[in-house]
Design a protein around this ligand. Structure first.
Ligand SMILES: [Zn+2]
Length: 188
């Protein structure tokens, strides 16, 4: 199940700045490792609520793909919801198994299978808010040692990470796609 260890980057089992490389997303400006552990869950909740607010926009706008390479705002919101739910499950696996790797979520296929663009924006607003809240609750309950539980994360390429990195990465996913939505419906 695990990818070839030789393909993995150096271990990131030690916490602190060394594992982050202070990576900043060139598109949304999110920088890994700048938030403390206790700041992550409030930010996740805040982000979930922000999706809910964005989904109050006009439904036609929410379902429109501006370019072939982009999803619609509604599709991004559904993706964010599914990411939050997926990461919650992955977190609990990582708390039990030693250095687990995870099945991919097949993000593009889900858009079709789950008919993202046909869902009701007000329903999705509640779901994405709840999903972010569930994930925030999960991270908020971690004990000190659990933040350092090792795992193998497949994106952007298979690397040894830990639970704390996954929390930052998940927050980045939510922040990043919120910016995608704001680029289309004009958020703050
Ligand atoms: Zn980003």
């Amino acid at each position: 199940m695990n990818p070839d260890r030789r393909l993995l980057r150096r271990s990131s089992s030690q916490s602190g700045a060394s594992q982050w490389g202070m990576t900043t997303c060139t598109q949304c400006g999110f920088t890994y490792g700048t938030l403390s552990r206790h700041e992550l869950s409030p930010r996740l909740r805040e982000c979930g609520g922000a999706y809910g607010e964005r989904l109050a926009a006009d439904a036609v706008v929410l379902r429109t793909r501006l370019t072939p390479g982009q999803w619609s705002p509604l599709e991004y919101a559904c993706h964010a919801r599914d990411v939050a739910l997926m990461q919650r499950d992955r977190l609990y696996v990582a708390l039990v198994e030693d250095e687990p790797s995870f099945k991919p979520m097949y993000r593009d296929q889900r858009v079709v299978f789950d008919r993202y663009n046909m869902q009701m924006p007000d329903v999705v607003a509640g779901q994405v808010t709840m999903a972010a809240d569930l994930l925030a609750h999960a991270f908020a309950g971690l004990e000190e040692a659990q933040w350092s539980r090792p795992l193998v994360y497949g994106y952007p390429d298979p690397s040894r990470r830990d639970v704390e990195w996954m929390a930052h990465h998940t927050l980045h996913e939510l922040v990043h796609h919120l910016a995608d939505i704001d680029g289309m419906v004009g958020g703050e």
